[in-house]
Ligand binder design. Structure first.
Ligand code: IPM
Ligand code: MN
Length: 353
C-alpha cells in the first residue's frame, strides 16, 4: 500500500486556484512514480466566500485543518475587501491558531533566472530566512487613544516571549546544522534601537549557541542586512529574525531570486502541521488569464514534500523546476513566460515522467 498523506488545499483568491492546480498536478505526477499518495481535501476559505456569506475562518474549519498532514495554500486577498480583514482573520489566524511559529523562506537564484543584482549569479544567492511567525508586531497588541482628535495616540506593540524567541532561534540552529551550507547563522535585529526586544533575541541567540558549536554565528542590524542582501548576498547561509523584519527582508529575498513567480514559503509547526504557499499573493489583475507563473506554487509543493520527509520526491520536483526555468520558459514574470500557466505545469510534469 502507498503511504497516504492528507493534504488540505486552500486555493483561495485571485490566481490562487490556478497556481494550486499546477502544484497538485506535480504532486499527483510524483505519486504515480513513488510509494506516496495524496488525499486532497479542498477548503473554500477566502475573500470570495467572505463576500458571499460573511464567513472567514470558523472554529470547526480550524479543528479540521489541525488534523491534516499539511496545508497547501494558493493566496488570500480580494480587491473588494478592505485591507486587514482577510489578512488578520484568515491568514494570520491560520498562523496563530495552528501555532505555525516558523516561516521558512528559501532564497535561491536558479541557473537561467534573471536577478536585478548586477554581476550576481546562482552561486551568489542561496540562503534561507527563518522568520518568527507567531508574535512580534503581528500579535496585534495596541490601541488608539483620543482617536480622530489632534491629540490622538496610536500604539502598536511588539510581543516577544522567551519561549517564542527561543523555539524560533532553536529551529534556525537545527535547520542550519542540517542544511548543506556554510553552517553560519545570522541574527537580524536592531539592538541599537529596540533595546528590549532585540536584547532578548540577542541573549537567546548567544545562549543557544553553546549547544551548536559547529555553527558560526554573526549579528547584523536589519538596515545593514538589507544593504548586504543586495551588495554581498553570498555571505548568507541562514538568517533568523522577528516577524516584521522577516516579512520585509523576504520581499528583498524574493526579488533577488527572480521575483514572485518563484518565491515560496512554509509556515510550520515542527510538532504539528504546516502550511505551504507561493508568497506572491492573489495578483487579481492576472486572475483567470492563464498567465500567472505557477512555479512558486510548485516550489511550495516541493517544500511540503521535504517537510513531510519525502526527500527523494522533493528533489525530483526541484530538479524539474530548475530544468523548466533554465531550458524552457523565457521569463518568470506573468504573461512573459512563453507558455500559459497550465503549460508550465505540464512542462514540470513532462520532465518528471
Ligand atoms: C506575507 C504577507 C503577509 C505578512 C500579509 C499578507 C499579512 O506579506 O506572508 O509575507 O505580512 O505576513
Ligand atoms: Mn510579506
Amino acid at each position: 500500500m502507498k503511504k497516504p498523506y492528507n493534504i488540505a488545499v486552500i486555493p483561495g483568491d485571485g490566481t490562487g486556484p490556478e497556481v494550486v492546480a499546477e502544484g497538485i498536478k506535480a504532486l499527483e505526477a510524483i505519486s504515480q512514480q513513488s510509494d506516496i499518495d495524496f488525499q486532497f481535501r479542498t477548503f473554500d476559505i477566502g475573500g470570495e466566500r467572505y463576500l458571499e456569506k460573511g464567513v472567514l475562518l470558523p472554529d470547526d474549519e480550524i479543528s479540521e485543518l489541525k488534523t491534516m498532514d499539511a496545508i497547501f495554500l494558493g493566496a488570500i486577498g480580494h480587491p473588494d475587501v478592505p485591507p486587514g480583514i482577510l489578512e488578520r482573520e484568515i491568514l494570520l489566524k491560520l498562523r496563530f491558531e495552528l501555532d505555525l511559529y516558523v516561516n521558512l523562506r528559501p532564497v535561491a537564484l536558479f541557473p537561467g533566472v534573471d536577478t536585478p543584482l548586477k554581476d550576481k549569479g546562482p552561486g551568489d544567492v542561496d540562503f534561507v530566512v527563518v522568520r518568527e511567525n507567531s508574535e512580534g508586531m503581528y500579535a496585534g497588541g495596541g490601541g488608539f487613544f483620543k482617536k480622530g482628535t489632534p491629540d490622538e495616540i496610536a500604539i502598536q506593540e511588539s510581543v516577544n516571549t522567551r519561549k517564542g524567541v527561543e523555539r524560533c532561534i532553536r529551529y534556525a540552529y537545527e535547520y542550519c546544522r542540517k542544511r548543506e551550507g556554510k553552517k553560519q547563522l545570522t541574527l537580524c535585529g536592531k539592538t541599537n534601537v529596540l533595546i528590549y526586544e532585540s536584547d532578548l533575541w540577542y541573549r537567546v541567540f548567544q545562549e543557544l549557541h553553546e549547544a551548536y558549536p559547529d555553527i558560526a554565528i554573526n549579528y547584523q542590524h536589519v538596515d545593514a542586512l538589507c544593504m548586504w542582501m543586495i551588495k554581498d548576498p553570498e555571505q548568507f547561509d541562514v538568517i533568523v529574525t522577528n516577524n516584521l523584519f522577516g516579512d520585509i527582508i523576504t520581499d528583498i529575498g524574493a526579488i533577488i531570486q527572480g521575483g514572485l513567480g518563484i518565491a515560496a514559503g512554509g509556515n510550520m509547526n515542527p510538532e504539528g502541521t504546516a502550511m505551504f504557499e507561493p508568497i506572491g499573493g492573489s495578483a487579481p489583475k492576472y486572475a483567470g488569464l492563464g498567465q500567472i507563473n505557477p512555479l512558486a506554487a510548485i516550489c511550495a509543493a516541493q517544500m511540503m514534500l521535504d517537510y513531510l520527509g519525502e526527500k527523494e520526491a522533493a528533489a525530483s520536483i526541484l530538479k524539474a523546476i530548475k530544468y523548466v526555468v533554465n531550458e524552457k520558459i523565457t521569463s518568470l514574470d506573468a504573461g512573459k513566460m512563453g507558455y500559459s500557466t497550465d503549460e508550465v505545469g505540464d512542462l514540470v510534469v513532462d520532465y518528471l515522467v
